[in-house]
Design a protein around this ligand. Structure first.
Ligand code: FES
Ligand SMILES: [Fe+2]
Length: 388
């Protein structure tokens, strides 16, 4: 984050604390509960936002060196991503050209050849078919036409973007919208991957995004966990195209008032949480970054999957590996045990049929923006403003 923006964020949070105010969406909006529970809507989302929309599949640290690979099968197209011999990100449909099974079944590792478990057709990390056993018995094929299907892939500011359709339109800079410049300053590409977690939750995928979108709940839901560390119900909020950035308020900000401005760093008093449309949360701490990818889990609207990946700055990890890992894991457990438990409970309420709408308050602007852009992407009319 640029220096002047860091100062603006910290001073903005201090001003809210001084005045007892918070960001203000200006109105209360209401959303139909059916947005979360409708199977037809879930099918439309799956086609529009997952099967046919660019996806962030991780950070550069997930493919740390030439010969690294990772596989993902969360959004309808099984992906094999590699870092080729020149260090370039490549992405392929992880689908054997013989009869279709996943070619690589490990989640990640170092490997420059991928051999299909069925009959051992073998591909290299640029997707070329380099061998098939008993070719004289199988019959003659043109190997040059039977490489893995290559998908558009781009690595930008440490993010790995893939389009799930061959020939799909992928422009990472355009997807980052106004965040392109800010992401350059974070040096996300040097982060080390230190672990992963997966949460399957009985709720629609959108409440997982919603729960990241406000700090109104900190003093109740996170009373014993986050509330001692953060001032609840205070944040800054900025939008960048369909994306946004929230700046949560760390209580340490109170001590920054005594420090010269030149010694400030934004992460002392603020916790930036970036949302990248449609399903990514990037939580930026002083020494750690937690990337959360949220997906529907199967066709039913009432199941979701969160892939949580942990990254750390090399110096911090070297100095205190247990501390850094503990911090990341602890943060994720709060999401799992508090946020997602509450969100799953609200899904029970949604399915009960007893209420027709949920409400987004003036102090929850991220929810207004997320649902506005989500609806626009699906060609739906805007959310209703609640009559005063
Ligand atoms: S299906 Fe992959 S080698 Fe036969
Ligand atoms: Fe929360």
């Amino acid at each position: 984050m640029r220096r002047d923006e860091q100062v603006r964020v910290i001073k903005g949070l201090m001003a809210h604390l001084d005045q007892g105010t918070n960001v203000d969406a200006g109105v209360i909006r209401r959303v139909e509960v059916a947005d979360y529970t409708s199977p037809e809507r879930a099918a439309l989302e799956w086609e529009t936002l997952f099967r046919n929309h660019p996806q962030v599949i991780g950070l550069s640290g997930d493919l740390p060196r030439p010969g690294s690979f990772l596989t993902i099968n969360d959004f309808g197209t099984p992906i094999l991503a590699t870092r080729d011999g020149e260090g370039r990100l490549r992405a392929f449909a992880n689908v054997c050209r013989h009869r279709g099974p996943l070619v690589e079944t490990e989640a990640r590792g170092q490997k420059s050849r991928f051999s299909c478990p069925f009959h051992a057709w073998t591909y290299n990390n640029t997707g070329a078919l380099i061998g098939l056993p008993k070719g004289d018995h199988f019959g003659e094929v043109d190997k040059s036409c039977l490489g893995l299907v290559e998908l558009p892939a781009e690595e930008r500011h440490g993010f790995l973007f893939v389009h799930p359709k061959a020939g799909g339109d992928l422009n990472a800079s355009a997807l980052l919208a106004g965040l392109d410049e800010e992401f350059e300053t974070w040096d996300f590409q040097s982060l080390l991957h230190i672990g992963d977690d997966t949460y399957q939750t009985p709720m629609n995928w959108k409440p997982a995004i919603d729960t990241f979108g406000e700090t109104y709940h900190f003093e109740k839901l996170h009373r014993d966990t986050l509330a001692p560390i953060f001032h609840g119900n205070v944040q800054l909020y900025d939008t960048y195209g369909r994306n946004h950035r929230m700046a949560l308020c760390i209580r340490m900000i109170d001590l920054m008032r005594q420090m010269p401005e030149d010694d400030w760093h934004v992460t002392m008093g603020a916790f930036p949480v970036y949302y990248l449309f449609p399903n990514i949360q990037v939580n930026v701490g002083a020494n750690t970054v937690t990337l959360v990818r949220v997906y529907p889990d199967g066709a039913a609207p009432g199941r979701s999957l969160s892939r949580v990946s942990f990254y750390a700055r090399a110096e911090a990890l070297a100095a205190n590996p247990e501390g850094v890992r503990g911090l990341s894991q602890g943060f994720a457990e709060i999401i799992r045990d508090e946020d997602y438990v509450a969100a799953a409970s609200s899904y029970v309420g949604a399915e009960s049929g007893q209420i027709s709408h949920f409400l987004f308050g003036r102090n929850e602007p991220a929810l207004h923006h997320y649902h506005a852009t989500y609806r626009e992407a699906l060609g739906l009319p805007p959310l209703e403003i609640l009559a005063a």
